[in-house]
Design a protein around this ligand. Structure first.
Ligand code: 13P
Ligand code: SF4
Length: 367
């Protein structure tokens, strides 16, 4: 495998996401605070939201819907009033993914969609680096994230200083940065990539070796798919690194015929057990295409609920690892986000401009 070496701190650093400040955002000062809608559950709400409940009835018990439905109704109404769109990652819970999102997808699809948004306000239901990517691509728009503390262990594993040191140590070697990083780190990079285009991005540079940051396991996976030599960093996803090859072998024994599909943020021995490896949307499309009788999605747990809602005939066997950052996003926080226009994502314009070059270079790559 052409993996040259792995560098970097072994332990994740403290989140670089700024703490929320409890005062009106600049957006709230611009657009004003909206009145908090009624959150009463009654027959009118039940009938207005009945079609949406149909979409998730196999994964959300009927007794829970009266709690979600008033928020769903209020969010959808306020979204129209505010001229806002909700971009939601595949890991969002079913009531967000199916009932309030305007667009869902993996990191690359969300970044691409962010370039096409017509609305003035984007509410990003995902983690902070995703909201930053939307802001980088839409400097004039208001980008909100319902909880500013929704970080990512990969983004926290590397700083812009680290990238500058790597440039000094490996002069002339191009730097490919996974989108799961801060805007400051992107700004120091030559090009970004996501899990769905990492190999294509690495090969697009025409170099015989590249620095690939910060996910060690994604780097190792890419190294198995290309002749380009990879210099990796020791960042890990705290969710995917918890899966083990032993547990997957046990599932294979207890669930004969089960298909195992995995995200490339998993360790190499876990990927060695998988029948397919791909981005979150790559995994969803694989299940749609193959409709296996039984499948294990070796990734964040909520995604199986979202695909289960669409494909009730498939049995999802679940080792359930949740991403604590993704799970900070909830319906009440999305509603607050739209009422108070918070938390606004702000990036230093000079950093945003440099980061934009790396993100746009990726987005503009032909498929
Ligand atoms: P995808 O780009 O495959 O959606 O991955 C994002 C992520 O954070 C996975 O943990
Ligand atoms: Fe980051 Fe892992 Fe959560 Fe994805 S699942 S957002 S990589 S911590």
């Amino acid at each position: 495998m052409p993996l040259l070496e792995t560098l970097g701190p072994v332990t994740a650093r403290k989140s670089q996401v700024a703490p929320a400040v409890d005062r009106p955002s600049a957006a709230a000062r611009r657009y004003g605070i909206a009145p908090m809608p009624s959150l009463e559950w009654n027959e009118a709400v039940a009938s207005e939201t009945a079609q949406l409940y149909e979409r998730i009835k196999t994964v959300v018990p009927a007794v829970e819907w009266p709690v979600f439905a008033p928020y769903v109704k209020a969010i959808n109404a306020l979204k129209r009033e505010r001229n806002a769109v909700i971009l939601a990652h595949n890991y969002q819970t079913p009531e967000i993914y199916n009932c309030v999102a305007d667009f869902v997808g993996d990191s690359l699809q969300l970044a691409r969609e962010a370039t096409k948004v017509k609305a003035g306000i984007i509410v990003q239901c995902g983690v902070h680096f995703m909201a930053e990517t939307s802001k980088i691509l839409n400097p004039e728009k208001t980008v909100l994230i319902p909880d500013l503390r929704a970080g990512c262990s990969l983004a926290a594993s590397i700083t812009a200083d680290d990238v500058r040191l790597l440039r000094e140590r490996f002069p002339g070697v191009p730097i490919v940065t996974y989108v799961n990083t801060s805007a400051e780190v992107k700004a120091e990079s030559d090009i970004c990539c996501t899990s769905s285009n990492a190999v294509q991005v690495v090969e697009s540079l025409g170099a015989d070796r590249v620095i690939f940051l910060p996910d060690e396991y994604l780097a190792r996976y890419v190294a198995t798919q290309t002749k380009v030599k990879i210099i990796a960093w020791k960042g890990h996803c705290e969710v995917h690194e918890r899966f083990t090859a032993d547990e997957l072998r046990l599932y294979r024994e207890s669930e004969p015929g089960v298909q195992i599909i995995a995200h490339p943020e998993c360790p190499p021995d876990v990927l060695a057990e998988a029948d397919f490896t791909g981005s979150t949307s790559g995994m969803i499309n694989w299940v749609r295409a193959h409709k296996p009788k039984r499948v294990i999605m070796v990734t964040e747990c909520s995604m199986a609920d979202n695909v289960q809602a669409e494909l009730p005939e498939v049995k999802f066997v679940r080792p359930c690892n949740l991403c604590p950052h993704m799970k900070r996003i909830t319906l009440p926080k999305i509603l607050d986000s739209l009422v108070y226009l918070k938390e606004e994502v702000v990036i230093d314009p000079l950093i945003a401009e440099k980061a934009r070059r790396a993100v746009e270079r990726m987005v503009n790559l032909k498929n």
